[in-house]
Design a protein around this ligand. Structure first.
Ligand code: GAL
Length: 471
């Protein structure tokens, strides 16, 4: 029993279960970028992609790490007589390689989309049975990333091996092209993708499609709670719904293969600022890809300052690559004076020995919440150095770029002399090693071995901290 406990603690702390090296050398940290689907759906064009890329670059988001520009569904007009995919000439008058060249000349990477089915979800030609031809099409057009969906799969699912083989066909075809192509599965977690995803891919969606609601249930996204093996993924999944499904899956993700909780809804719909902060923090903490889903030309200043919060991105891009674990989850009844809903506590190890923690309030009113070292280092043995040290608490949102600065960056279409982090100049890995203060938030106090960390967490909000051992 004791040995078993020791092993499981070691596995959880070090991320052993998910830390096999990347199958193709890519995805050493979760991918970052922009995808058109959440805002533009099928309304895609060369102009949208190139204008968006220019804007991402001008307002400093590219240098924060958002380098993949991903074109989702609806780009094609069919196949030629010899079976090659054809890009829609009205939407992409100069072809896909023109888009790729423009992106590459501006130091972006180019993502495209297809489906492991007869058609894509919007009814365009899918790649099932055409894997090698289509992989060649993507490679020869300079594509660096493939999002590979699951619609019209001819019933080829229902057992892990069936789905695995269907997705492996494209993995093999991409490898055969010789071009490094990040492979992002979008089979909505069907057939327990987290067990086999990292053997053949760099990330895998683990739920139905996200929508910009924090907790609202929707019957089109069944399986609420911890149901990680949801047979019907659906869509209109709230942020908390997806997060709860992802909670047990962190143990199977790690360097080279990540759980994808879907594109970010920051700046999409009517989420509150607290909801957007909680959403972004949790996606960062569980090591989901950080893919902007908003129209960057219409971004609110507050959403910009969330996407550009380098101390949060540094959690996501931490070289250890271990998703945080949910330590507890409580349902608060309607009779509670601080409102009703669910509250959670999450904790995760970081490469330099720091620890990231989140007190998450899914409830509908602000509430006092607390934690202590026993919960924070839940896997540590009694008397361990972690439990007997004092820790300084750094608030990861305290050094957020103010609204005036964000507005001026957006209006002037330039970072100007604002001190936005530049990961092109100093990678997160090196910035962390150099203790760059922009990556560490602001010290707000400390916690001793027998102390209590007390805070008030807003409704649908988060308290998000990095703990550093006190010197
Ligand atoms: C869904 C997928 C979405 C989007 C859409 C395109 O299946 O989950 O992220 O790609 O298809 O039709």
């Amino acid at each position: 029993m004791f040995l078993l406990y020791l092993f499981s603690s070691f596995a959880a702390v070090s991320g052993v279960l998910g830390s096999s090296p990347s199958y193709n050398g890519l995805g050493l940290t979760p991918q970052m970028g922009w995808d058109n689907w959440n805002t533009f759906a099928c309304d895609v064009s060369e102009q949208l992609l190139l204008d968006t890329a220019d804007r991402i670059s001008d307002i400093g988001l590219k240098d924060l790490g958002y380098t993949y520009v991903i074109l989702d569904d609806c780009w094609s007009s069919g196949r030629s007589s010899n079976g090659t995919l054809v890009a829609d000439k009205e939407k992409f008058p100069n072809g896909m390689s023109h888009v790729a060249d423009h992106l590459h000349n501006n130091s972006f990477l180019f993502g495209m989309y297809s489906s492991a089915g007869e058609y894509t979800c919007a009814g365009y030609p899918g790649s099932l049975g055409h894997e090698e031809d289509d992989a060649d099409f993507f490679a020869s057009n300079g594509v660096d990333y493939l999002k590979y969906d699951n619609c019209y799969n001819k019933g080829q699912f229902g057992a892990p091996e069936t789905s695995y083989n269907r997705y492996k066909a494209m993995s093999d075809a991409l490898n055969k092209t010789g071009r490094p192509i990040f492979y992002s599965l979008c089979n909505w977690g069907q057939d327990l993708t987290f067990y086999w995803g990292s053997d053949i891919a760099n990330s895998w969606r683990m739920s139905g499609d996200i929508y910009p609601e924090f907790t609202r249930p929707d019957s089109r996204c069944p399986c609420d709670g911890d149901q990680f093996d949801c047979a019907y993924a659906g869509f209109h999944c709230s942020i908390m719904n997806i997060l709860n499904k992802a909670a047990p899956m962190g143990q199977n993700a790690g360097i080279g293969g990540w759980n994808d909780l879907d594109n970010l809804e920051v700046g999409v719909g009517n989420l509150t600022d607290d909801e957007e902060k909680a959403h972004f923090s949790m996606w960062a903490m569980v090591k989901s890809p950080l893919i902007i889903g908003a129209d960057v030309n219409q971004l609110k200043a507050s959403s910009y300052s969330i996407y550009s919060q380098a101390s949060i991105i540094a959690i996501n891009q931490d070289p250890k690559g271990v998703p945080a674990t949910r330590v507890w989850r409580h349902q608060v009844p309607q009779t509670d004076k601080y409102g009703q809903g669910e509250i959670q506590f999450w904790s995760g190890p970081l490469d330099n020995g720091d620890q990231v923690i989140a007190l998450l309030n899914g409830g509908n009113k602000a509430r006092p919440m607390n934690t202590n070292l026993e919960e924070i280092f839940f896997d540590s043995y009694l008397g361990s150095e972690q439990l007997t040290s004092s820790w300084d608490i750094y608030d990861l949102w305290a050094n957020r770029v103010d609204n005036a600065t964000s507005s001026s960056i957006l209006t002037n279409n330039s970072v100007g002399n604002a001190t936005i982090y530049n990961a092109t100049a100093l990678s997160y890995k090196d910035g962390l090693a150099k203790n760059d203060t922009r990556l560490f938030g602001t010290k707000i106090g400390s916690i001793s071995p027998d102390g209590l960390l007390n805070t008030t967490v807003p409704a649908h909000g988060i308290a998000f901290y990095r703990l550093r051992r006190s010197s």
